[in-house]
Write a protein that binds this ligand. Sequence first.
Ligand code: NDP
Ligand code: 2IT
Length: 445
Amino acid sequence: MDARLETIRDTVLARNPGEGEFHQAVTEVFESLGPVHDRHPEFLEGAVLERLCEPERQIIFRVPWVDDAGRFQINRGFRVEFNSALGPFKGGLRFHPSVNLGIVKFLGFEQIFKNALTGMPIGGGKGGSDFDPRGRSDGEIMRFCQSFMTELYRHIGEYTDVPAGDIGVGGREIGYLFGQYKRITNRYESGVLTGKGISWGGSLVRPEATGYGTVIFTQEMLKTRGQSFEGQRVVVSGSGNVAINAIAKAQGLGATVVACSDSSGYIVDEAGIDVELLRQIKEVERGRLKDYEARRSNVTYVDGGSVWDLDATVALPCATQNELDGDAAARLVRNGLLAVGEGANMPSTRDAVAVFQDSGILFGPGKAANAGGVATSALEMQQNASRDSWSFAHTEERLTEIMVGIHDRCAATAAEYGDPGNYVLGANIGGFVKVADAMLAQGLI
Ligand code: NDP
Ligand code: 2IT
């Protein structure tokens, strides 16, 4: 790392003790930014990095609710409003027992650059709770969401901060959150949340957008080597919103997706995953992946273990951070891997990224490859602002244009900075310069 940036990075780490994932995300971005500061000394003089690493506002709050047994439950809620240089804070809410401030900050920090790369007018933020939705009834989910919004509502708004979904937060939760916001504020403010239902202000393609976008980005990377998804053997991790739609899109482009996972285990279906069955089990029944085995022949369910023990030519990690480590990366590379498209945020450890890059694997980092979700959220905001709703085909076309544009900008930026094919460098520099220019133009704030 550039020595000037290392000093700043060390201060950031010392000021934010115990936030391992945030340290990891900051370090990874700083490692790309040395050459930018040679060209732009004004970024150092303007303390852009110091400002970028300090969120504009961090909100931590109590979320009290009553479970079905009548017991009082207390969770912790977070919203980190990281950077609004390019637009209102924008980013998802994650409900998962692992959520803490460091995780919300890593996600919010990544979101700043991701959102800049989309070319849309959105700043970066993230939030969530350590609430565990697993095994909770609809009523419990609703009461939790209502309590969460009873505090959050005062901090958000269509011109201020626009949350959406992430792990554990999908259409059902956005519905309960929106209903409570509307009730408290007495405003039908469609643009305050994205990922809404189609009949009440949502956008077609938003549910599919992250997974589809990840595959479109990966397809663009493959094209640079004269390849495509046709005939690829794909392994996907996760079986939630991003994973399911990545599987659907990859198979639509002629690949065979042979496996996917949840936090309990993984399935191997050499004939190619039956996406409709997977949707039925995960989205309709809210069941476990194990249920898939009993309902389709020639399927193996592996209890525990890692889906990254399987061979693939294309790997699409779509579950969670640091799920794919250096050893798994090295094994995949030895066994014929061509490309990795990160549907999740920071799923590859730093060791894994180093292995992929050192061996010349096409590697699309999450902040570029999974930007289709938030980009389509911005399209939803656009439709809400104009009180319009677009067709599936038109919206999908916009998503495709945006993903191809992000790919091309990352590739062009990497080449401009002397390391063609390095999408990590391209994404970090491309996102950073846009935000840094806007921050300097807006003065010391
Ligand atoms: P979902 O809640 O729909 O699905 C998450 C999936 O990942 C589930 O299969 C879940 O398994 C698995 N998973 C979650 N946490 C863990 C864990 N700690 N260990 C192992 N498996 C885990 O979430 P999404 O699909 O929306 O999100 C997946 C990833 O994509 C996240 O990294 C998210 O930040 C990222 N992302 C999401 C976007 C979106 O639009 N939704 C946009 C951009 C990125 P189980 O059910 O067993 O917990
Ligand atoms: O990580 C992400 O980009 C998301 N969870 C989507 C955020 C959004 O505002 O749509």
